[in-house]
Design a protein around this ligand. Structure first.
Ligand SMILES: [Ca+2]
Length: 481
């Protein structure tokens, strides 16, 4: 009797170990395909209602997955935004990495390399980390993984059935643009919905259409990648996220803390793991992507990550506000180009909190120039007039019409100096044009938002409020890569 039992126990044990072994070898962890445009802002996609730009790949991901209405970068500038995505941390925690043209100290772990350590095959194409020099402080591997000549080449490089993580980058829709490429491709520039902080002129409309042209080119690259995934039979077990690193490169957009600089498109698809066709209003920071990817891959999330996984939001079958705690986001900015002039070496330090109803901005040094110095300083790179804003036909138009009564407001909005605090009532002023910070009826709101912002900055170790913030101004420019 006992002998029979022990044979049975042995058989069960063997069977159990066989099942366990087969689970361990058949790796069903999800692939990750992260598609990120360079300078693509919200709401410039068909599914968000834009009447001109056509983004069938993005729209498909949203229809077959989830569309985010409130996704924000941490900083409206390439390197810090990308550093935050990679590290899952606020950029103000990343020392040099908070600046454009910087580096990333190896003590900050990044999600692609954590996935690699967990057995993932990783790689990237075109713009991933940067710009700057990621080797400067001793890092030995590209934070986004090795570079490949396209997604097809990466898929072909696989030698086994390990899951993969691929960073599909782009230089679109970063400037420069080919003048009137949008109109020539058939876009009707009269149908463009111009943002309220840009002057309505044919030059500006053409400039926006040319930006749209490159948004569409990026979208078609993602469409091609989706086809490759389908052909490889990997579509359903791949988390596909598509977004941009900050808003469009126009005056008062890129490099500013208004929604025009920080609010980005985001859609995520993951087969039947993410119930399809939903629109979610939860606030998501792109620094939340790293912990989300790690959790989905069953990899431990490092304690230093300030981002929060939103896997619970992805896996929900609801629309609207799913996680009640996701009712706000924080954004900030340190040095972009050489925006200021001597003796100030730095950028334009600012932080903000964005809720459903308000945007509150703290400008740490109102003597500086938020759009860059009016004079330029040739001693530095990007040391041009109003160097906080990329050169463009629209920028030229705004500067040329600075004294024109019809257009001078746009110049002041983009390039004028600003007070230490700004507050915008988004229900009355969705484009954030009228600063109401001094109005008595907003006194309590201002106080509450300022306190919330300060608590977050202090608790996450921001040198701008804890002391030592001038370090951001004095880090070297890193130009090598
Ligand atoms: Ca960018």
């Amino acid at each position: 009797m006992y002998r029979h039992l022990s044979y049975l126990a042995l058989a069960i044990l063997l069977l159990h170990s066989l099942i366990w072994t087969s689970n361990a070898t058949a790796d069903d962890r999800p692939n990750i395909l992260f598609c990120i445009a360079d300078d693509w802002g919200w709401p410039h996609a068909g599914i968000y209602g834009d009447p001109v730009v056509q983004t069938p790949a993005f729209d498909r991901l949203a229809r077959e997955g989830v569309l985010f209405e409130n996704a924000f970068v941490t900083a409206p500038s390439c390197t810090p935004s990308r550093n935050s995505i990679l590290t899952g941390q606020w950029h103000w925690r990343l020392e040099e990495g908070a600046n454009l043209w910087s580096t990333l100290h190896p003590k900050f772990p990044v999600f692609p390399l954590l996935l690699k350590d967990a057995g993932y095959h990783i790689g990237h194409w075109r713009k991933a980390w940067g710009p700057g020099d990621w080797t400067a402080l001793g890092r030995t591997e590209d934070p986004a993984g090795p570079i490949y000549d396209g997604f097809a080449a990466f898929l072909e490089s696989r030698t086994d059935d390990r899951p993969f993580c691929f960073w599909l980058g782009a230089y679109d829709p970063h400037r420069k643009y080919e003048w009137q490429s949008g109109a020539r491709s058939g876009m009707d520039i009269t149908k463009i919905r111009l943002p309220a902080d840009l002057p309505d002129d044919e030059i500006v409309r053409h400039d926006v259409a040319d930006y749209y042209f490159e948004v569409q080119r990026f979208d078609s690259d993602v469409a091609a990648a989706l086809e490759l995934l389908e052909e490889a039979g990997e579509l359903e077990n791949t988390i596909i996220a598509m977004t941009g690193d900050h808003g469009m490169p126009f005056p008062r957009h890129k490099n500013q803390l208004y929604d025009s600089g920080t609010h980005v498109p985001l859609a995520v698809r993951w087969g039947n793991k993410v119930p399809a066709g939903r629109r979610v209003t939860d606030f998501v920071s792109l620094s939340d992507l790293a912990p989300t990817f790690l959790q989905a891959a069953d990899v431990k999330i490092p304690g230093q990550m300030t981002g929060r996984s939103f896997l619970n939001v992805l896996e929900s079958d609801q629309s609207g506000r799913i996680d009640g705690s996701r009712d706000h986001v924080y954004v900030g900015r340190e040095r972009h180009g050489q925006d200021q002039e001597k003796p100030i070496a730095g950028g334009y330090p600012m932080r903000a909190i964005r809720t459903d109803d308000f945007l509150y901005i703290r400008n740490f040094d109102p003597n500086r120039w938020p759009g860059g110095t009016p004079h330029g300083d040739k001693a530095y790179i990007d040391g041009k007039q109003y160097g906080g804003c990329d050169a463009s036909p629209t920028k030229d138009f705004v500067i040329e019409h600075r004294d024109d009564p019809k257009f001078q407001m746009f110049f002041k909005l983009a390039f004028g100096q600003r007070p230490a605090e700004e507050l915008y009532d988004l229900n009355e002023d969705p484009h954030q044009l009228a600063n109401v910070v001094d109005q008595q009826r907003y006194a309590d709101t201002k106080k509450q938002l300022a306190a919330r912002l300060l608590i977050e900055l202090k608790s996450t170790g921001d040198p701008r409020v804890l002391g030592g913030g001038e370090a951001f101004d004095n880090y070297p420019f890193r130009l090598n890569r």
